[in-house]
Design a protein around this ligand. Structure first.
Ligand code: FAD
Length: 261
């Protein structure tokens, strides 16, 4: 079974600064981590491999330093790692990110299951998984909390929905995004850490992917960031006094004057 896990390197802090000229995050000098939701995707891929055989390939699109995330993934059980890095990929929106990732996955050859996290903690859109499925023209299931059965080209999962759980069957290959309820990610073993130090990381840019610079990165993005800013934190509290009836009257008056009634 060939499993591909998509993971993204994200800032490991909420104290990021914004470049007002480029409307992008200043990522230099901050510690990066594997997107926490993607650690569940990786763990599930490794568990499936341990149970059914096969291999897990981790793939990320990011700057050269994202190879640290891939090495960490190898220490946690991934067999192969692919870094998609090229200046032309910079400034990608979710569409261009999904396009680049799906081109790379197609280039990898036979793949049974693609596992993503439910969302990232920086971009936070949850769009990349479903967009990739659409581009690869294969089924997609979100918020998977349990893989109930997987064999040949058949998959049955339980997924989280607002009212509880839903059981869904599909054919493979497919893309799933996983909820954190699916497993408890392992810690790296000493053997894994040693293996990751010498692991070969394959790096692909636009040449290797055979894509035009116009269909990736900022040039291939159909959305543009017009402005990025921190929301102002404003808190204002007022204590209403008097007996309960007087407090209710004052509250109603305030709601009416704020056009909330
Ligand atoms: C116009 C525009 C410009 C942007 N410019 C930049 C920029 O210059 N620099 C920048 O860092 N960001 C930039 N972004 C943000 C960037 O587009 C998103 O971070 C990226 O597309 C992924 O979206 P997301 O973080 O919402 O992922 P989600 O859709 O929330 O991710 C879901 C899952 O998809 C997978 N995934 C997501 N991203 C990747 C990835 N890169 N590699 C592998 N797997 C992945 C993971 O499994 C993840 O859990 C820009 C966004 C826009 C709209």
């Amino acid at each position: 079974m060939n499993i591909v896990v998509c993971l993204k390197q994200v800032p490991g802090t909420t104290e990021v600064k914004i470049n007002p000229q480029t409307n992008s995050l200043i990522r230099q000098g901050i510690q990066n981590i594997i997107n926490p939701f993607d650690t569940y995707a990786l763990e599930e891929g490794v568990r499936l491999k341990e149970k059914n055989g096969g291999k897990v390939t981790v793939i990320t699109m990011g700057p050269p330093q994202a190879n640290a995330a891939l090495r960490e993934a190898v220490s946690l059980g991934a067999d192969e790692a692919v870094l998609l890095s090229d200046r032309a990929f910079a400034g990608a929106d979710t569409w261009a990110t999904a396009n680049t990732l799906s081109k790379a996955i197609a280039r990898l050859g036979k793949c049974d299951l693609i596992i993503c996290g439910r969302q990232t903690i920086d971009g936070d859109t949850g769009q990349v998984g479903p967009e990739m499925a659409e581009m690869l023209k294969i089924p997609f299931i979100a918020y998977v909390s349990k893989i109930e059965e997987i064999k040949d080209n058949y998959l049955r999962v339980s997924r989280m929905v607002e009212e509880g759980h839903e059981v869904i069957e599909t054919t493979l290959p497919a893309v799933i995004t996983v909820a954190k309820e699916i497993n408890v990610p392992r810690l790296p073993s000493l053997r894994g850490i040693m293996k990751s130090k010498n692991a070969a990381i394959t790096t692909w840019g636009i040449k290797e992917l055979g894509v035009d610079a116009n269909e990736v990165g900022l040039a291939g993005s159909s959305t543009q960031v017009v402005k990025i800013f921190f929301p102002q934190r404003v808190s204002k509290a007022e204590v209403l006094t008097g007996d309960a009836a007087a407090q209710v009257d004052k509250l109603l008056e305030k709601l009416k004057s704020a056009n909330l009634l």
